[in-house]
Design a protein around this ligand. Structure first.
Ligand SMILES: Cc1cc2nc3c(=O)[nH]c(=O)nc-3n(C[C@H](O)[C@H](O)[C@H](O)COP(=O)(O)O)c2cc1C
Length: 192
């Protein structure tokens, strides 16, 4: 199983599809992945950290200033041992911040300071997706060499996977099977 033993950081942002992140986390854990969850404040309005903690069996992180990380460098440390950051659902706001290089919460800071690959599953209504500002942000991400491909986008669902990273072939070969497995798990969760 391609997700077995993979150390994932599952980022959850604020959108209705956040409830599907619970199903996704369960599928990932079932597939043998080690799932560390980081949620934005808005995400906690849609699904509780306690739910995500129960599903993953791990502490859930929401706060940039959380003193639980021993050297107080949570914004870096939480992603350092991860193979991949997967943000699902990824809000329009999150993608905009990513495009702008903004880091005003734990998840965006982790993404900006990461060493591992990042993928995101956008979920928003079609008006938001087609908004020129949103398209401009995607264009920016692509221009930065960060938006390697968009596997699929379906508005309101979780199955639009943006693979946001330029990677050398070796890294890509290692990560691709996990991304495919993750994409499948995301599609399954979207149907849940
Ligand atoms: C009921 C409700 C549903 C929302 N659904 C979405 C959504 O599906 N996609 C999205 O991008 N934003 C959605 N939003 C807006 C985001 O929650 C808002 O932009 C928020 O600031 C996102 O914060 P975050 O990116 O830090 O998680 C919704 C807001 C509300 C109140």
């Amino acid at each position: 199983m391609t997700l077995k033993g993979r150390r994932l950081l599952l980022g959850i942002t604020g959108g209705v599809a956040a409830y599907k992140a619970a199903a996704l986390a369960r599928l990932l854990v079932k597939a043998g992945a080690d799932v560390r969850v980081v949620m934005t404040e808005a995400a906690t309005r849609f699904v509780t950290p306690v739910t995500m903690q129960a599903l993953t069996g791990q502490a859930v992180w929401t706060d940039l200033w959380d003193p639980r990380v021993p050297d107080s460098m949570g914004h870096i440390e939480l992603s350092r041992d991860r193979d991949l950051i997967a943000v699902a659902p990824a809000s329009g706001n999150f993608l905009g911040k990513l495009a702008g290089g903004l880091a005003d919460d734990l998840l965006t800071t982790l993404c900006l300071a990461r060493r591992c690959p990042l993928m995101a599953a956008p979920a928003m209504n079609v008006e938001m997706w087609e908004n020129p500002a949103m398209q401009r942000n995607l264009h920016t991400l692509r221009g930065d060499g960060l938006l390697a491909r968009c596997i699929q986008h379906e508005a309101d669902h979780l199955n639009g996977i943006l693979f946001i990273d330029r990677m050398d072939k070796k890294v890509r070969a290692a990560v691709d099977p996990a991304v495919r497995a993750l994409a499948k798990a995301t599609r399954d969760a979207a149907k849940a």
